[in-house]
Ligand binder design. Structure first.
Ligand SMILES: Cc1ncc(COP(=O)(O)O)c(C=O)c1O
Length: 336
């Protein structure tokens, strides 16, 4: 167990995170077992604790950084700029310049304005075109905000050729906490359509980025949804008399076979540290109304409990210690 000394207070008054690096390692190994052809670029936004970033760096992970700050954090951990993708389709001008000054060349875009902005500020950038996906089953949706449709993508590829900008491949994100493998399958098919179109326009795409969306352990399930996805896929594939292998692997092997010269990466965020991290906070108040008991806790939905507000997430708290000075032997807390 790792205690972040910055946020650890001996009075137990403050909230802090406990990270079990062993679980992080297991998640990484599980990834390699299930998706051996896909190189993970950890999405730093999921958790930017130094031990998480540096452990993943030691394991050979790449990084998805979405801002100047996230790029700088990762660079400070000694990560090579070639192992970073600046994966935000709409970027601050100053952050693009920062990326240029630090040789972070890979970056996503999904619209004409961004293409022209990057051309002005970083003409040697290696662009990755982000396309939209069906993210209707995910916990957090990006459709309508990020990602070009296939027909918009074709226009952007032509425009990039005209503007003499380099596009190296396609990226997508099926939405955070995505239980549907069909979204991955369709997005991989759409990517292949654009790879073929780009070849006809004169590009040689070499990168496919299948984004994030892989769930971590949640709601105290005994097997992680990541494995469930694989189990569901196995059931589904056997029903269809196909090999018992994952839809993602199958779609990749079909459209981007090993030996095709296409490097496949992904941007897993919550999948990697999610099951490895516990939030430790204190209960400082209790109120009882007609129909429920409410506890006041030392963490907010505007901080690490944001998923409660944004995604209707349910946490399952566990009581660790009760202050004898305040409550004696009989305390008033009954947690579900
Ligand atoms: C571009 C991008 N990549 C990766 C991620 C990580 O997603 P997840 O935590 O669902 O794997 C996100 C999350 O918002 C994202 O926006």
């Amino acid at each position: 167990m790792y205690f972040d000394p910055e946020s650890f207070n001996r009075d137990w008054d403050e909230t802090f995170l406990l990270a079990d690096i062993g679980i992080l390692l297991e998640q990484f190994k599980r990834w390699q077992r299930e998706l051996p052809r896909v190189h993970p670029f950890y999405a730093v936004k999921a958790n930017a604790l130094h031990p998480i970033i540096s452990t993943l760096a030691a394991l050979g992970c790449g990084y998805d950084s979405a801002s100047k700050n996230e790029i700088s954090l990762v660079l400070k951990c000694g990560v090579s700029p070639d192992d970073i993708i600046y994966a935000h389709p709409c970027k601050f001008a100053s952050h693009i310049t920062y990326a240029r000054n630090n040789d972070v060349r890979m970056m996503t875009f999904d619209n004409e304005e961004e293409l022209k902005k990057v051309k002005k500020l970083f003409p040697e950038a290696r662009l990755v075109l982000r396309i939209e996906t069906d993210d209707s089953e995910a916990r957090t949706h990006f459709k309508g905000k990020f990602g070009a449709s296939v027909s918009e993508g074709k226009k952007l590829i032509e425009l990039a050729k005209f503007e003499n900008m380099e596009i190296i491949g396609i990226s997508f994100h099926v939405g955070s906490g995505c239980p549907s493998v069909n979204s991955f399958r369709k997005a991989i098919e759409d990517s292949k359509t654009l790879f073929d179109f780009a070849r006809d326009v004169g590009f040689r795409f070499s990168l496919l980025d299948i984004g994030g969306g892989f769930p971590g352990t949640e709601e105290h399930e005994t097997i992680s949804p990541f494995e469930k996805v694989v189990i569901i896929i196995k059931n589904m594939t056997s029903r269809h008399r196909l090999k018992p292998t994952s839809v993602i692997r199958k779609a990749l092997d079909e459209h981007f076979p090993a030996g095709s010269g296409v490097r496949i990466i992904a941007e897993p965020g919550r999948y990697l540290p999610g099951p490895a991290i516990e939030l430790v906070t204190n209960i400082f108040a209790k109120t009882t109304t007609k129909d429920r008991v409410c506890y006041g806790v030392g963490e907010s939905v505007y901080n690490s409990l944001t998923p409660v507000l944004m995604e209707g997430f349910h946490f399952h708290p566990q009581l660790l210690e009760v202050s004898p000075a305040v409550y004696g032997d009989e305390h008033p807390f009954i947690l579900p």
